[in-house]
Design a protein around this ligand. Structure first.
Ligand SMILES: [Zn+2]
Ligand SMILES: [Zn+2]
Length: 171
């Protein structure tokens, strides 16, 4: 089962690597721990704490993607993942443990996918509140300078006008 998920994730990712395996295993464990029945539920989301190959494993296995707004990055430089089921109010954070020394790339991948849970991850409380479900769907307004519609978080006040970030940065 886990190898099947890993194979599927590799199709999206473009190659197979230990980083992808970490994302696949973390997401599979999160589905189990949070007792998720439907990975297409809009109530799922994940905040990853670093940027790497894991992201694609999470997108495929947990169903949260950059496109559907379910996957966010808050880079803390840690191999750690906050998983949420917003509807059920359940969440969990998985932190990757250091791998045993001296394993080849293939051995690491196999270890990550199949070693007992406690050898691969620690469990902690989540480090961030669950993101609002309106993520990515906020309404925008037209910037009076360039005429392009821009979403609220990117608007700035400049010389008494509400303009987009691009126009605000132009002197
Ligand atoms: Zn990779
Ligand atoms: Zn503008």
């Amino acid at each position: 089962m886990i190898h099947e998920l890993y194979r599927k994730a590799g199709e999206l990712h473009g190659h197979y690597c230990p980083g992808l395996a970490i994302g696949v295993r973390a997401a599979a464990e999160a589905l189990r721990i949070l007792e998720v029945e439907d990975i297409h539920s809009k109530s799922l989301c994940c905040i990853a704490e670093s940027r790497a190959c894991y992201q694609d494993g999470i997108q495929v296995v947990f169903g949260t993607t950059l496109g559907n707004g379910g996957l966010q990055l808050r880079d803390r430089g840690k191999t750690a993942f906050n998983f949420y089921d917003r509807e059920k109010g359940r969440n969990v954070r998985l932190v990757m443990k250091d791998l045993p020394e001296g394993m080849s790339r293939d051995e690491s991948t196999e270890f990550i996918l199949t070693a007992p849970f406690d050898r691969v991850f620690s469990l902690t409380n989540v480090h961030f509140e669950a993101p609002g479900s309106s993520f990515g769907r906020k309404s925008g307004r037209v910037c009076p300078r360039c005429g392009e519609t821009c979403r609220e978080p990117f608007l700035r006040v400049k010389d008494g006008e509400i303009v987009c970030l691009d126009c605000a940065e132009k002197s």
